[in-house]
Design a protein. Structure first.
Length: 275
């Protein structure tokens, strides 16, 4: 977020690792965890919604084809925007608060919940949902590629329940799925971050998505749409590796115990293998 929204004329950070070092030096290690409350509150519901919607949509579509995997993932991505957008708004505002300060001199928001409450009091529901359209444009195809890649990777690697290397294979498949999904729509994430950060400090720059795209490109060129990509991909692999592997192994365990006989594994339904 810091790399995506920094002023190109007076940049604070030269790149991912310089940003990482600067935050620790200027704000202590706790600076790396600014805004953590928002993901902690929202990600549980988001993942439950995403995997639930994807699994049920795929079942409703009937056939387990690559196109249906993409459509089911896209449906899941679109629905979870309702939670994702306010969560990321609070996260973005909290991460930008007190940039470069070891101790916050002025604290607009005490925590993520306080941030959302104050935005709502000042701007109403429209303020809470700032960046909703850009989030929708980003998440819908992104989750389609997310589940499609995971399905293709697990088939290609031949993931079998009795395979001794099934966990590493699932981790690798999940990690690659995360990377592909972010690469597919990353420029829109930059726009989304800029729109949600717009107005911090009382200055509003953009009138909407197209205006943000036009001004960003005019001032910084095409490279603006890749800002922060390195840090995003470094985060995407381990996060999504853990997410997909955990969900898949849990569903495998539940199915083997016959506790949920009517349920099929969400992300790997109808695999030709025993998985």
């Amino acid at each position: 977020v810091r790399l995506q929204v920094q002023n190109v004329e007076k940049p604070l950070y030269r790149g991912t690792f310089h940003c990482f070092q600067s935050i620790i030096k200027q704000e202590s290690a706790f600076g790396l965890y600014k805004g953590i409350g928002s993901p902690m509150m929202g990600l549980t519901f988001i993942n439950a919604l995403v995997f639930g919607v994807q699994g049920n949509t795929l079942r409703a579509l009937g056939k387990d084809t690559p196109l249906n995997q993409f459509l089911a993932g896209s449906a899941a991505g679109a629905i979870q925007c309702v939670i994702c957008c306010p969560m990321e708004l609070a996260k973005t505002r909290m991460q930008l608060q007190g940039t470069g300060e070891y101790k916050l001199k002025t604290k607009n928001y005490k925590n993520s919940l306080d941030c959302l409450i104050k935005i709502y009091q000042k701007e109403g529901l429209r303020g809470i949902n700032r960046g909703m359209v850009s989030t929708f444009i980003r998440e819908t195809p992104s989750f389609g590629f997310y589940f499609l890649t995971y399905d293709c990777m697990t088939r290609y690697l031949g993931c079998e329940a009795e395979d001794n290397y099934v966990i590493p294979k699932l981790l690798f498949s999940g990690g690659m799925s995360g990377i592909v999904s972010w690469l597919s729509t990353y420029p829109m994430d930059v726009i989304k971050s800029r729109l949600q950060a717009d107005g911090v400090g009382g200055v509003t720059q953009y009138n909407g998505i197209l205006d943000c795209v036009r001004k960003s490109y005019h001032e910084e060129g095409w490279r603006v749409f890749t800002r922060g990509l390195t840090s995003t991909l470094l985060r995407a692999f381990p996060v999504n590796a853990a997410t997909f592997a955990t969900v898949t192994v849990f569903l495998m365990y539940m199915k083997s115990e016959d506790n949920l006989p009517e349920c099929e594994p969400g992300p790997v339904i109808h695999q030709p293998s025993s998985l």
